[in-house]
Design a binder for this molecule. Sequence first.
Ligand SMILES: Cc1cc2nc3c(=O)[nH]c(=O)nc-3n(C[C@H](O)[C@H](O)[C@H](O)COP(=O)(O)OP(=O)(O)OC[C@H]3O[C@@H](n4cnc5c(N)ncnc54)[C@H](O)[C@@H]3O)c2cc1C
Length: 538
Amino acid sequence: MSLPDRNNPYSFNEFLEWRKTVDYYADDPFIQKVVAHYTGRDRDEVDAAARDISLKASFRWRDMADSIAWPEKRPWMMHYDGHGNRIDRIVRPDETMTMEKEIFGERLFAAGDTEWVKLIRMFIIYQNGEACIACPVTCTEGLVKLLEKYADTPETRRILDHCRDGFEDDVAIGAQYLSEIQGGSDVPANVLEAVQDGDTWRLYGTKFFCSATHADYAVVTAKPRGSEKVALFVMPSWLPGDKEREKRNSFTIDRIKWKMGTSELTTGEITFNGSVAYPVGPLDRGVANVVGIVLTYSRLTVGLSAAAFMTRAVREAKKYSEFRDAFGITIGNFPLVRAQIEEIDNFTKRTTAGAFRLYSEFLSLPGGLKGGLVTDEPPETRRKRFEVRELIMLQKITASWDCTDVIRRAMSIFGGHGVMEDFSCLPRLYRDSAINELWEGPRNVLLTQMHNDFKRASEWYPPGEFISSILKGSDPGLVEEISQEFEELVAHPDLFRGDEATLDVCRRWDRLCHRICHIYQDCALAEVEGLVPAGMEE
Ligand SMILES: Cc1cc2nc3c(=O)[nH]c(=O)nc-3n(C[C@H](O)[C@H](O)[C@H](O)COP(=O)(O)OP(=O)(O)OC[C@H]3O[C@@H](n4cnc5c(N)ncnc54)[C@H](O)[C@@H]3O)c2cc1C
C-alpha cells in the first residue's frame, strides 16, 4: 500500500554510509586472492603495501578525485603573466596538486621496490579513475623504464633519479608526446624535427595530443634533420632553474583540448621552437623503443586500469542493487538485475585475473623488455617474448572495450541516477574508459599490428601453436576450434584490401581476438579460484 506523504522520508543514507566506509583492498576478498595467487614469494610484502595505500586511496584521495571532477574545477591555461611574460601555466585546483604530491611522493617506481608492490598500488589508485593521476603515473613509469635502459649522460641520469626517487620531496612527473596532427597511429610518419646544435639537440615543430602537459619531462618522438627514422628524446619542460620563473623550454602550449573524458587532466597542442632535448637509445631505434618499452607499459596499464575502474563500478552497482527497492522488491532480487550483476561481476573478475596473470608472464621475460620482434634469442625465449607482446595488445583492446560496456551496464543498475555526475563516480569512470579505448593504440591499429606480427612470426611460431600455448588449461575442443580459425585468418594476405573476402576476415579477426583474450582471462580466473599458488610449487 502506498499512501500520500508530503514529507517523503526517503533517503540514500544507508547506501552512502556503506560507500563512505569501503576500503578498496581490505574489503575486497577477490583482489586479495589474486594477489595471493600471482605474487609468489612477494605476497606478504604486496599485501602489506596494498593495505597501506588503500587507506589513502579509498578515502582521502577518493574524495579529492570526486571533488576535482566538478566542471568549475577543470584545469585551464594562463598563457601570460601580468607582466607580459609567456608562461603557459596549467592552472589546476589545489586538491589536484596536493593529491598529486602525495601520490607521486609514494615513489611508486623507486629503485628496490618489487614490481608487484608497484602494480598493486597502481591498481588501487586507479579505482579513483583518471583524476589527473593515472596517465602521468603510467607515463612516468614508461620514462623511468626507458631511462633505466638508456640513461648514459649526466642529464639523463639526473632525470631518472628525479622521476624514480625524487629530490627531497620533489618527485618528477613524466609525459609522452608522440601524436601529430596528421595522425597518431602512424608514429613513423612523425615530422617533428630534431636538430643537433654542437652537443645539444633541439626540437622544432608541433605535437597535437600532449597529455599531462604539466609534467616535468616528456618522452618525445622526432626525426633528426635529414633522416627518415624516428628517434626518441627526453625533453625537460623547464631547463634547470626555469621552473620557478615559469619559463618553458622554448615551447608554447597553444591550447588545451576540450575532451569528453580524463577531463581533470589537460591534453595540449604544443609548438616546439628549439626545445632542448636529450636523445635516448639509438637514433634509428626510436619507434622500436617507444613501442617496445614506453607503450608496452602504458598498454599494460590500460588493462590494469580497466580492471580497477570495473571493480569500483561493479562494487557500487552491486551494493545499490541490495539497497534499492522498486515495486516493493529489492532490485537485486529481480532475476534480470541479478543476471546482469553476475555478468558484469564476472567480466570484472576475469579482467582483473587476466591482468595479473599477464603481468606475471611479463615479469618472467628473461632480460626484461626488448624493442621489436627480437630474433637472436633461443626459440623458447623468442616465443615467450612474442606471446607476451601479443597478449599485451589483445588485453589492451579487450579490457578497454569491456570496461566501457561494463560501466555502462553498471550505470543502468542505478536507473536514472546512473548518469548523474553528482550521484556517483560511474559517469566519470565511463568517460575516462572511453579514452582508454583510444590512446596507447586504438583497436583497429592493434588488430592490424597483430595480424602483421603473426604473419611475420608464423615461420618460427605457427599461429595454432601460439593459441595452444596461451590457452593451455582450456577445453581442448575449444582450443582446437579457435586454433583452426586463427590459422585461417592469419593466412589471409593482409587486412588492407577492399574486397569482400578481406572485409569478412576483418570482422572475424576482430571478434576472434576479443574471444581469445576472454578465454585467456577465464583461464586466469579459474586458476585464481582454484587457488593453485603460482610460483610457490617448488
Ligand atoms: C584524451 C586523449 C589524450 C591523448 N594524449 C596523448 C598523449 O599524451 N600523447 C600522445 O602521443 N598521444 C595522445 N593521444 C593520441 C592518441 O594516442 C591518438 O589519438 C591515437 O594514437 C590515434 O591517433 P589519431 O587520433 O590520429 O587517429 P588516426 O591515426 O587518424 O586513426 C583513426 C582511425 O583509423 C584507424 N586506423 C589507423 N591506422 C590503421 C591501420 N593501420 N589499420 C586499421 N585501422 C587503422 C584507427 O584505429 C582509428 O579508428 C591522446 C588521445 C586522446 C583521445
